[in-house]
Ligand binder design. Structure first.
Ligand code: AMP
Length: 394
């Protein structure tokens, strides 16, 4: 953990101690695991989202069900808590601003406007000197032609807002495909980015407190299937210089943004070992779920500590670990065989309390710990495969 510069201007105010109430904007699995960590430490948790019986609400003290644009409800929520945080980056900025009139909102809502718009995000990276794939901004047909000419093909066009897990993206194989690819994302504001023939995708999750102290869990290796995270492994199989550089960049981004909370930086690692930043999320991240079972302090507890002004905890991994996501597809052949997955005593099960297992929907995950990352990965994938054993046997 690196220590803060003593002259940091936004140094911590009085800590918000156990017994206090934390407000969570959003109610998905990230909020759920945050609520579990927070309640374990004696905090109360209130969640705010449009959904009832939500993953977070099931584990919180109170679940407020209201729309994000109901700013009176947002104000009442913020008045009932000591600090507000969030578990997804598409919290409308007006919602975060309304909450901030009644309680501190951490990370600062200004970070949301960077993270929820790919144009702002990439311009921030480029302006601050963080490495990104070549890109161009598209608002008009002329911009599109210029962007494709400057980054070349193959390229990827991505909507500026509301894209996630590969949604709002299209591949541009050659310049003549550019108009149709823009059409496919409804000619919305977008970025065109060079297609990166990456060797691997990796992430670093970093926590920063108000005094500027930083902590990270090292580099996690991420494998995607259909643009959705499938398996994460820690530590990632990257060289020590690459790991050090990824951590240096993640610390730099958190510091530049004056983050108070937890932030994930996702990277492409090229075949010649260069790191390019893909995107950031100013919250805990799916690739950090394995910290729940494998680290001294998990990403959710660290978010709590950071936003409440408590000292950051150790991020040491007690053992290498791997995580496999459980999407709704796992239910395709009938109820999963949970007992079979848990035959390996090193495997831990997390389910998010969602009742409808739709294809592609993140329903839960498995984590395995082992003496090596490769073994943890093998064991968690094997455990997931056993989930469908009963269906195959019958
Ligand atoms: P994103 O929503 O930007 O994280 O993209 C989702 C996934 O699409 C990434 O994790 C990559 O697997 C893939 N992808 C996105 N952008 C690129 C790119 N410029 N080059 C290659 N693959 C990409």
């Amino acid at each position: 953990m690196s220590r803060a510069r003593p002259d940091e201007p936004n140094a911590a105010t009085a800590p918000i101690l156990p017994g206090a109430t934390v407000g969570m904007l959003g109610s998905g699995q990230l909020g759920r695991m945050f609520a579990i960590a927070a309640r374990r430490m004696g905090y109360r948790v209130v969640t705010f989202s449009p959904d009832a019986d939500s993953p977070t609400g099931q584990c919180a003290d109170r679940e407020i069900v209201a729309n994000y644009d109901d700013l009176d409800a947002v104000a009442a929520f913020a008045r009932s808590v000591d600090v507000v945080t969030y578990e997804f980056e598409n919290v409308p900025t007006a919602t975060a601003a309304a909450a901030a009139r009644h309680a501190p909102v951490r990370p600062d809502p200004s970070i949301l406007s960077v993270a929820q718009n790919r144009i702002a995000e990439k311009e921030f990276f480029r302006g601050a000197g963080f490495p990104v794939p070549p890109f161009g901004v598209v608002r008009t047909a002329d911009d599109l032609a210029a962007a494709v000419a400057s980054v070349g093909t193959p390229a990827v066009i991505k909507t500026a807002t509301s894209g996630y897990d590969g949604k709002g993206q299209a591949r541009i194989a050659s310049p003549d495909e550019a108009p149709a690819s823009w059409e496919s994302i409804d000619r919305s504001e977008a970025v065109v980015e060079a297609f990166v023939d990456f060797a691997a995708e990796v992430s670093v999750i970093v926590a920063r407190d108000a005094a500027g102290n930083l902590a990270d869990w090292g580099v996690v290796g991420n494998e995607h299937a259909n643009h959705i995270l499938d398996v994460s492994t820690a530590p990632a199989p990257v060289s020590p210089p690459v790991a050090a550089e990824a951590v240096r960049i993640a610390h730099g981004i958190a510091t530049e943004l004056r983050l108070v909370g937890v932030l994930c930086v996702e990277f492409f690692l090229t075949r010649d070992d260069a790191l390019l930043v893909n995107e950031i999320a100013p919250r805990p991240h799916n690739s950090g779920h394995l910290t729940f079972d494998a680290a001294v302090t998990c990403q959710f507890e660290q978010q709590l500590r950071a936003v409440c002004g408590l000292p950051l905890g150790s991020t040491a991994l007690m053992q290498p670990a791997a995580m496999a996501n459980l999407l709704g597809d796992v239910w395709d052949d009938g109820p999963p065989d949970w007992a079979a997955a848990l035959e390996d005593p090193a495997v831990k099960l997390h389910l998010y309390g969602k009742s409808q297992p739709r294809p592609g929907r993140k329903m839960g995950h498995l984590t395995a710990t082992a003496p090596t990352a490769a073994e943890a990965r093998r064991r968690v994938i094997a455990a997931r495969a056993r989930l469908q054993r009963r269906a195959e046997a019958s």
